[in-house]
Design a protein around this ligand. Structure first.
Ligand code: ZN
Length: 471
């Protein structure tokens, strides 16, 4: 042994020195183990964080000779997850020769696949046609929009298509879909005009037309079958059904409703109220109409609360136009003055209800002579001009007398019911601002019901009731 050392040139002092050095390291290692604080990293010395996700400390523990030093550990180093790369975080505890330092590497990396904006459903293609690669949108958490990088590949047998995209960090996403050569889509029937058509009895109904198109068969209009008939002599709703089948047997359907309203049926009673609304009378009349299940017509003015006009409309009555000011001297001073006033009350009704009312009643009626004082011949002109402007006007053939010749509800009642006739349309003039009319209305309604009169509100099918023009 000694010979061996001597042979390789290790002398005795060198050997002893060597033993001391080794002993020193053994002791130092022992000191290191026992005397230096220990740091333990939860999650290990290397962790990976996804790009843009929040980095949070995974945790650590430190102790020295059984004493918990975790709270004294100093952590240094920043991790920026907005940038790919490796970051170092150092953990130190203790001081001087008893200082302990541990390093953790945090890797920020992108492992998220791009997203393809396409569902996984099978693709149906019209028989006899070829499937064409579509534009598919793709987005990626790192690269953003990758739509331009999407590749589509159709299989040799043309029964599959695969769309795939790769982001700049090598993450790949692909979706494969089956291609089936079948027509699965229904033909679409598009109706010309509205889905609901309004006509009056005896008007001739003519179908406004339709179009039928199919994704594979194209124009199928000539194959549409129309079912349903309209009996224009009988008021009611009629359903018209349009059906068409494509080559593959898919059936498309559309529907239209034709609403036939009865025009002038003899024996009909139109309860009409002028000069309102008025709190204390109109609201009570509305209550009674509601209780009796009857609809009426209100020729309103610029006076009274908006709420009552709103209520008239909301409860299904016809809101018609009387006058904004009801000032004869003003409205019959000139044609222009009349139309200015009419526009004002029209706009009030439209503002409150949204309804574009075209029904009017001239203050004093079309037959009034009071207008002669202000403009000679004005009623002759106005009664024609209102029609040119799209209005219809309604005078009356039954007067309740509530505008002057009585203040007694019983007399109002008698004036009305004695004038009703079964052989004509009855247009009843009343004023909803009068308490005696308010007090007569329920009995009038009962009389009509008991004697076979049908009560209706004015609508588009109601023919004008007009008196002889006297000015
Ligand atoms: Zn009036």
């Amino acid at each position: 042994m000694r010979k061996f050392f001597r042979k390789i040139g290790i002398t005795k002092p060198l050997l002893i020195g060597g033993i001391f050095v080794i002993a020193f390291f053994v002791i130092a290692f022992f000191i290191h183990l026992v005397l230096l604080p220990q740091i333990e990293l939860k999650g290990g010395k290397k962790i990976v964080v996804e790009y843009k996700e929040k980095y949070s400390e995974a945790g650590y523990k430190a102790n020295h000779l059984g004493k918990n030093l975790t709270k004294e550990v100093k952590v240094k180093g920043k991790v920026n997850t907005d940038k790919l790369g490796e970051y170092q975080v150092t953990y130190t505890v203790g001081s001087g020769i008893f200082k302990r330092k541990v390093v953790r590497t945090v890797e920020v990396s992108d492992t998220t696949k791009p997203k393809l904006k396409i569902n996984k459903d099978d693709i149906y293609v019209c028989p006899g046609t070829k499937y064409e690669i579509e534009k598919v949108e793709a987005t990626d958490n790192y690269d953003g929009d990758l739509t331009d990088k999407v590749k589509g590949e159709i299989s040799k047998k043309e029964d599959m298509v695969t769309y795939s995209v790769k982001d700049s960090n090598g993450n790949k996403k692909s979706i494969t879909k089956k291609i089936l050569y079948e027509d699965k889509e229904k033909p679409v029937i598009t109706l010309t005009g509205t889905e609901t058509v309004y006509i009056c009895t005896n008007d001739v109904y003519k179908d406004p037309g339709y179009k039928a198109e199919d994704n594979c068969d194209k124009d199928l209009t000539s194959k549409v079958v129309v079912e349903g008939t309209v009996d224009n002599s009988l008021a009611g709703d009629y359903k018209i059904t349009y059906k068409v089948k494509d080559e593959a047997g898919n059936e498309g359907e559309a529907n239209r409703t034709v609403k036939v309203s009865s025009g002038d049926v003899v024996g009909t009673v139109y309860l009409t109220f002028d000069d309102g609304p008025n709190e204390g009378t109109t609201n009570v009349i509305l209550d009674i109409l509601k209780e009796e299940g009857v609809k009426a017509t209100f020729f309103v003015t610029g006076y009274g609360p908006d709420e009552l006009i709103k209520r008239e409309f909301d409860e299904g009555h016809t809101v018609a136009l009387h006058s904004q000011t009801h000032d004869y001297a003003k409205i019959y001073s000139s044609d222009q003055a009349f139309f200015n006033d009419l526009q004002a009350i029209h706009d009030r009704v439209q503002r409150i209800t949204g309804y574009d009312s075209k029904f009017i009643r001239f203050p004093g009626g079309a037959s009034n002579t009071v207008s002669r004082r202000y403009s000679f011949g004005i009623m002759s002109r106005l009664s024609k001009e209102v029609l040119n402007r799209g209005y219809k006007y309604y005078d009356w053939n039954v007067s309740s007398g509530d505008a002057g010749n009585t203040t007694d509800p019983k007399q109002v009642y008698r004036n009305v019911v004695y004038s009703l006739r079964k052989d004509r349309v009855n247009m009843v003039l009343m004023h909803d601002i009068k308490p005696y009319t308010r007090d007569a209305i329920r009995d009038i309604i009962h009389y009509c019901k008991e004697n076979g009169y049908q009560i209706k509100k004015i609508d588009n099918c109601t023919t004008m009731v007009t008196q002889r023009v006297n000015n």
